[in-house]
Design a protein around this ligand. Structure first.
Ligand code: PMP
Length: 427
């Protein structure tokens, strides 16, 4: 296929008419498809159905003899912390197990930092002039929503394919107003990229203007491989410690996309000082987490090998859906220049960049054809994509046949919007 840009006006008009016809035919199928959110499909949740009867009647004692049915155990059962130690690359003593949502732990940390400060703070962040977070873009809309909800100004940082552009990060982090940075270091939401060793090293070592700067290291997709390669990630806690910034990283993870999205376990890991701080604040919030769910996870997943083999089953279910989307994009858009897209090796998303100024139009065209897409702009702070070009596709939840149909429709919408944008520019 020749690129759209090289078509003469007559050829472009002909292709636009042909694409419009194909789009109308797709629309006439009256489908109702949803590619908006990265949710596990029911079959993925079924992989954990054995958990529903765990830990089992009478099996409610932890290894220490503690009765998991009762109050207490703020930090989480030692066996649950040991289970997640390799996943978050921290010793069990530096891990806290929360309830089902890591996003809630991130929200707590930001709220507590604003109200009380963190180890190393001179005063609570809310009493600083205007706290700022660095936000790699494209990024996770819920991270940005926490900042908006709690009054933290966001500064975008471009991604490079190896993580955020570290020249930009180092320059911006020198400003004392910059208190934190969102990082999804592995199979990032939504670009799928993995922070290179050099990126992680520079994040750990960089000089920051603020003494209490924190990396919000959201390793949500640590074990969510889409290929046979289990890509490693550099060890942020050790690197921070080596660089003389032992308290820099707050690590988060969860089993939302390992076991049950609504009933998993969330994990916080950090330096001994930060863990003391976290537990000191959490003390006022709860008398203890759901330890039966911790026991349930320990019984079901057993150890890191158990987690990895469970994730292989997840991969078998979802990798074909990612392939279906990539095939459809390639079939309709390959060589046209109407879009570029990621080929993730893990995580939950495919990112598509349309030609500038076409993303909102694609979402509108898709909606008219019965396909719900994440709003254009969602991957940027404040929901504003200055180029109006980035789309996030989430193929896990619908059935494979629905994913195939949706991807075919989305590719048509992208081509049509690209042709319309070019025609408008030429007029
Ligand atoms: N972080 C990232 C990067 C995510 O993509 C998601 C889920 N979409 C979450 C956190 C939410 O995690 P949890 O279910 O543990 O709150």
């Amino acid at each position: 296929m020749t690129t759209l840009a090289s078509l003469d006006p007559a050829a472009r008009d002909a292709l636009r008419a042909e694409t419009r016809k194909a789009y109308e035919a797709f629309k006439a199928r009256g489908l109702k498809l949803d590619m908006t959110r990265g949710k596990p499909a029911p079959e993925q949740l079924d992989l954990s159905s054995a958990m529903m009867s765990l830990p089992g009647n009478g099996d409610h004692f932890a290894e220490s003899g503690e009765d998991a049915r009762n109050y207490g155990g703020l930090q989480g059962l030692p066996e649950a912390r040991a289970l997640f130690a390799p996943l978050v690359q921290a010793p069990p003593a530096q891990i806290v197990i929360g309830d089902n949502s890591s996003l809630a732990l991130m929200h707590d940390c930001v709220a507590w930092a604003l109200l009380k400060g963190v180890p190393g703070s001179v005063k609570p962040w809310s009493q600083e002039q205007e706290p700022v977070f660095l936000c790699p873009v494209p990024g996770y809309d819920r991270h940005f929503a926490i900042c908006e909800a709690l009054g933290i100004r966001m500064l975008p940082v471009p991604m490079t394919g190896q993580g955020p552009d570290m020249d930009v990060v180092e320059k911006l982090a020198a400003d004392p107003a910059v208190k934190g940075m969102w990082c999804v270091p592995k199979y990032a939401n939504p670009s799928g990229e993995i922070y290179s060793d050099e990126t992680v090293r520079r994040l750990a070592a960089m000089e920051t203007g603020s003494p209490d700067f924190r990396l919000f290291w959201d390793n949500a997709y640590a074990v969510h491989h889409l290929t046979a390669t289990r890509h490693p990630l550099a060890d942020i806690l050790s690197l921070c410690e080596k660089a003389g910034h032992p308290d820099r990283a707050f690590i988060f993870a969860s089993t939302s996309k390992v076991t049950l999205a609504g009933a998993g376990l969330a994990v916080f890991a950090s330096s001994p000082e930060n863990v003391r701080w976290f537990l000191g604040r959490a003390f006022f919030r709860t008398i203890g987490p759901d330890k039966l769910n911790q026991l349930r996870h320990v019984r079901f997943l057993k150890d890191m090998a158990g987690i990895e083999s469970h994730m292989e089953k997840q991969r078998t279910l979802i990798a074909p859906k990612f392939e279906a989307v990539l095939d459809a994009l390639e079939a309709r858009l390959g060589g046209t220049g109407a879009a570029t897209w990621t080929k993730p090796e893990g995580g939950y998303f495919i990112t598509v960049d349309t030609v500038d100024g076409a993303a909102q139009r694609v979402v509108a065209l898709a909606k008219d054809a019965g396909i719900a897409l994440t709003p254009a702009g969602a991957t940027s702070p404040y929901g504003r994509d200055p180029h109006d070009r980035t789309l996030r596709l989430a193929p896990t939840f619908p059935s494979l046949s629905d994913v195939k149909a949706a991807a075919e429709g989305i590719a048509l919408c992208i081509l049509l919007a690209g042709l319309e944008t070019q025609t408008a520019e030429a007029a």
